[in-house]
Write a protein that binds this ligand. Sequence first.
Ligand SMILES: Cc1cc2nc3c(=O)[nH]c(=O)nc-3n(C[C@H](O)[C@H](O)[C@H](O)COP(=O)(O)OP(=O)(O)OC[C@H]3O[C@@H](n4cnc5c(N)ncnc54)[C@H](O)[C@@H]3O)c2cc1C
Ligand code: FES
Length: 391
Amino acid sequence: MKHPLAERFDGAAEILTEIDARIPDTRDYTTETRATIDAYHPKRLLLRVAAIIDETATTKTFRLKNHTDDALPPFSAGQYVNVFTDSTSRPYAISSSPTTLGHYDLTVRRVPGGRISNMLIDTLRIGHLLTTTGPMGTFHHNPLFHGDRVVFLAGGSGVAPAMSMIREIVELGLERSFHLIYGSRDAADIIFRTELDSRIAEHPGITVDHVIAEPTPQWTGRTGFLTADTIQDLTGPLDGRMVYVCGPQALYPYAVEQLTALGQPRKRIRFEANGAPSDPTAQPHWPASADPAAEVTVTVGDTSFRTRSGRPLLDALEDNGIRPEAACRSGECSLCRVRIVKGEVHTASESRLRLSDNQFGYTHSCVAYPITDVEIDIHSSPSIPRAIRRA
Ligand SMILES: Cc1cc2nc3c(=O)[nH]c(=O)nc-3n(C[C@H](O)[C@H](O)[C@H](O)COP(=O)(O)OP(=O)(O)OC[C@H]3O[C@@H](n4cnc5c(N)ncnc54)[C@H](O)[C@@H]3O)c2cc1C
Ligand code: FES
């Protein structure tokens, strides 16, 4: 039947006749579509360590190739893969350029006392295989929404996504201005220093400034932290530029405070935190009565175990052999979503919950802390009393 509106357009009659004359396409595209989706967005990749590069005394880059030697799926500079190992997983940003799909580079810095960063740095060898997710995450540049003038504040290993972005800008000669302000503890800690400094000469839009917190007398550059004064001195008025922030958890509230003091609107700040908050009790909505060292019981189906209130639920589940899907481990991707059937959890403010999650009792277990005995459903279904405490 012809839609009356269609007849009001020139050529409508011819188009409708052509549509009527078409032989209906009854082919089943399911397998073909699945294969295309899997090629671009694989759930898992099996990667072989092809090279290991010593970046600093505490940082190594692992060059990973597809175990089949085929090209890897495309990604956007700024994205990460989640590495599965030792019954848990950790996300690492891809530091190589998206123009090179023969390998992904992951640049891992040792976190003192950290379980997986130390294990990767100390035990991973050329030829070893790693299972990862495909590239994920929304911390990448979209020129349409973010414009072509970017400031990037990086702390420590937070420089990895910036390195990928800079490599792409230079290699493709993109018309973009990209100002990296990179904070490190001391000069020996600067990752990619030689390459960063040489990339400046290769593209007029790239600027790199190092800021050193604990300088030796030989250091002649900027010192201190990424304060509002330092940012303004280096960038001038931010003037609508998009500001990316990437580094340890503590960098975020600090950077937002400094940028807000400079009049930067919150919606022009993009942030990626390297993990769950190290101290959830420092968040203003942590209940004063909750002791992070207190033991509580977590029940999942017919399994129960004890854990500390200050340990993220996802870590506690993994400690007990239960492994919900997970990727970012910082509240962003929502893959680790669970439903709180009974009891109360503290959900960290960085968790990107939907309004309906709060309403129906869902939380992101990677940044949720059980502050009472809790019963959780990891296979979720709707309609449940509200049990999540969130700012
Ligand atoms: C999206 C994303 C991308 C990331 N990309 C990188 C990357 O490119 N390179 C990289 O080295 N790391 C990166 N990380 C951090 C990484 O995933 C791990 O959190 C980190 O390697 C520590 O893991 P661990 O098992 O050694 O420490 P854990 O045993 O998990 O933690 C030990 C303690 O250290 C604290 N901690 C964890 N991470 C840090 C940190 N980065 N700085 C200071 N304290 C910390 C924890 O709060 C905890 O108290 C990224 C994290 C996210 C969420
Ligand atoms: S693993 Fe991504 S939100 Fe928890």
